[in-house]
Design a protein around this ligand. Structure first.
Ligand code: GLC
Length: 639
């Protein structure tokens, strides 16, 4: 072959390779947002103009509803506010009221000397769940059973849309906890008991919320939480009320249950080695960082006696240096207050450990004063302040908060699609995919849509608040038909059956005689959040067991549907219920449950948590040596 031909062949190959390389770079650019370091030049320019007080103001996050004087946003140059689980606008929870509240807070922040816009945080953990009329998706435990990362990404995208309709640009989600003990009140906030699903779906949620460009008007900043091993704490038996845990750490108030057995897990202590920490609890954070998560929230809990929020190894060495996290750390709600009875010492410890922003709902003024003292006296170096503020500014710049040609107030054109049917159909699909069929004797499921009479029983069958669970409109959620709209499962069944089918209902199972089939709702009948959900007893209560027995004894086939934030102890009904379905907390779109019970869709959910036979098996997780649960991790039947 002549030299000329060889030269041309090589030249053409180089061209082809270059084109491929450029194409991959473009693709890479499209599928993942830019590194936050891209924004450092701009961040440094802003930083150089800032006084120490203005820098410290960026590092504090009051609860807007708790601020006695909203003008403190200007007085302390506040860079962020939150509205915590129990904080609501005085004007109520309507879309308008929330949007006005966001705009008012933002106007105050932009009225400061440098006009640095606020980043406004909220717990939009299963949809924009504080706001009336928002679409409420299944809690993460249900999404974990779908195993569907595309669906979870789409849920993140819709949640971001409904958040931006109010202007709010930052959610304290996804919770990527790896839940190792289902007695924990936050079990339902986790996708799974093992790291793979938590990693897969946590990263998908980050991508959905943040999109591939944080400056997109429909993107929001995500927050992976609670770093680290919040779901790995050791259960502490509780005697009576209040014993054993400091009041303010939301630990172990415990569900009041018939047997009164209590344990504390929330905000507790993890007792295992670094190898276990890295194998079980770190992977979801690595994947969230790789997905470009903008913020991470350290946990209230401790690892081998050291508070996560006070650990330089965890916050700086492991997360920032080793995993390369480029965003910023936001403390949990008053978590710094729990480090040391001396608030000033706690602040010094946490900020020097690597905390960047302090969620101080009401002690924000004190925080600013004390941190300034700490810097003036050299306890907290200015370099640490500058690093924290640079991280915060990077994220704000990436979010477009400094784009001159763009308003930072809410875009009220987005109100048109807030809570729209298109969004609800995605939630309905998520409900369908989250259901796990545990038993189906005599193929009692699916139920014929033209059955003569279907009897629905149990409070959870006609109760939006119970089907949504905690973190819905209120911090602890609220039983009953909370003002967030939606479709109860009873209504959904009525919507689906044929015109000649009679659907009857009783909360206690009475009047069931003569029905073709009874759909009996059992499970947890009081929404809860955090420590108030810690419990030592996950048994069905006596009334529910009695209801199932009575209906079965009347000769009517029983389909038991469990509405709960976690697996429950159901041995008492195994022989009595013909079919058993785990529905978790489906959220506002109860129609998704009817879709599966009435056969429009087959159940596809697979357990992302091990289902124990009895309380004395807990904690029990896939991979354990003597692993004999009632239903194994990954179990799920279909039609
Ligand atoms: C809570 C929770 C955390 C939440 C924060 C703000 O105590 O631990 O998940 O994001 O406070 O409401």
């Amino acid at each position: 072959m002549s030299k000329a031909i060889v030269r041309n062949t090589i030249f053409e190959s180089v061209i082809c390779l270059s084109v491929i390389l450029v194409y991959c770079t473009i693709l890479q650019g499209q599928t993942k947002q830019k590194s936050f370091l891209t924004y450092d030049t701009k961040a440094k320019e802003i930083l150089e103009k800032m006084t120490l007080e203005e820098k410290i103001g960026q590092m504090v996050q009051p609860d807007y509803a708790s601020m006695r004087d909203k003008n403190d946003i200007q007085k302390y140059f506040v860079g962020s506010v939150l509205m915590g689980g129990g904080s609501d606008p005085r004007a109520g929870n309507s879309l308008e009221a929330w949007t006005d509240l966001y705009d008012n807070a933002q106007r105050l922040a932009m009225g400061t000397r440098l006009g640095i816009p606020l980043i406004f945080g909220i717990d939009a953990v299963h949809g924009h769940s504080n706001i009336e009329g928002a679409v409420i998706f299944p809690h993460n435990i249900g999404l974990g059973c779908t195993g569907d990362s595309d669906l979870v990404e789409e849920i993140g995208k819709i949640t971001a849309y409904e958040m931006k309709a109010t202007g709010i640009q930052w959610t304290f989600a996804p919770c990527v906890t790896v839940v190792r003990d289902e007695r924990w009140g936050r079990t339902y906030e986790g996708f799974s008991e093992e790291p793979k699903i938590s990693s897969l779906l946590g990263a998908a949620s980050v991508r959905g919320l943040q999109g591939d460009n944080l400056s997109n008007p429909l993107s929001v900043a995500a927050c992976a939480k609670h770093y680290i091993a919040d779901g790995g704490t050791t259960a502490v038996e509780r005697q009576g009320r209040g014993g054993g845990m400091p009041a303010f750490n939301f630990g172990g108030e415990g569900l009041t249950n018939t047997r009164g057995v209590r344990v504390s897990l929330n905000a507790g202590n993890c007792e295992f080695d670094e190898a276990t920490l890295r194998a079980i609890h770190l992977p979801p954070y690595k994947d969230a960082v790789d997905a470009g998560v903008a913020t991470i929230m350290p946990s209230y809990s401790s690892w081998n006696g050291v508070k996560c929020s006070a650990s330089k190894f965890l916050l700086t060495d492991l997360l920032k240096d080793e995993l390369g996290f480029e965003g910023f750390l936001i403390s949990d709600y008053s978590a710094i207050d729990q480090i040391n009875r001396n608030f000033k010492e706690g602040i010094a410890t946490s900020i020097n450990a690597g905390m960047d922003m302090a969620m101080e709902p009401s002690r924000y003024a004190e925080f600013c004063t004390l941190l300034k003292e700490l810097v003036d006296e050299g306890t907290v170096p200015m370099s640490r302040i500058d690093d924290a503020v640079t991280r915060i500014l990077r994220v704000k710049i990436a979010m477009g908060l400094f784009d001159e040609n763009r308003s930072q107030l809410a875009d009220r054109n987005l109100h048109d699609k807030f809570g729209c049917d298109e969004h609800r159909q995605v939630a309905r699909k998520a409900v369908r995919e989250s259901l796990v069929l545990l038993q189906n004797n005599n193929k009692v499921l699916p139920i014929a849509k033209n059955a003569k009479r279907i009897h629905v029983a149990g409070v959870n069958g006609d109760n939006i608040g119970n089907q949504c669970g905690g973190w819905t409109v209120q911090w602890q959620g609220a039983s009953g038909n909370v003002t967030t709209g939606g479709t109860t499962i009873l209504q959904a069944i009525k919507n689906s059956v044929s015109s000649e089918t009679q659907v009857t209902y009783s909360s206690d199972g009475s009047d069931v005689e003569g029905a073709d089939v009874a759909i009996v709702f059992i499970g947890e009948e009081r929404p809860y959040a955090e420590g108030s959900g810690d419990t030592g007893d996950l048994s069905l209560n006596a009334q529910q067991v009695e209801m199932v027995s009575k209906i079965k004894n009347s000769g009517v086939p029983v389909v038991a549907v469990i509405i709960s934030g976690r697996p429950m102890i159901i041995g008492d009904i195994l022989e009595k219920a013909d079919a058993i379905v785990a529905a978790w907390y489906p959220g506002t779109e109860g129609q998704g449950v009817a879709d599966v019970l009435l056969g429009d869709y087959k159940p596809t959910g697979k357990l992302s948590f091990t289902w124990p036979k009895s309380m004395d098996q807990l904690p029990i997780n896939v991979g354990d040596a003597d692993y004999e649960p009632l239903y194994k991790y990954g179990f799920g039947l279909s039609y």
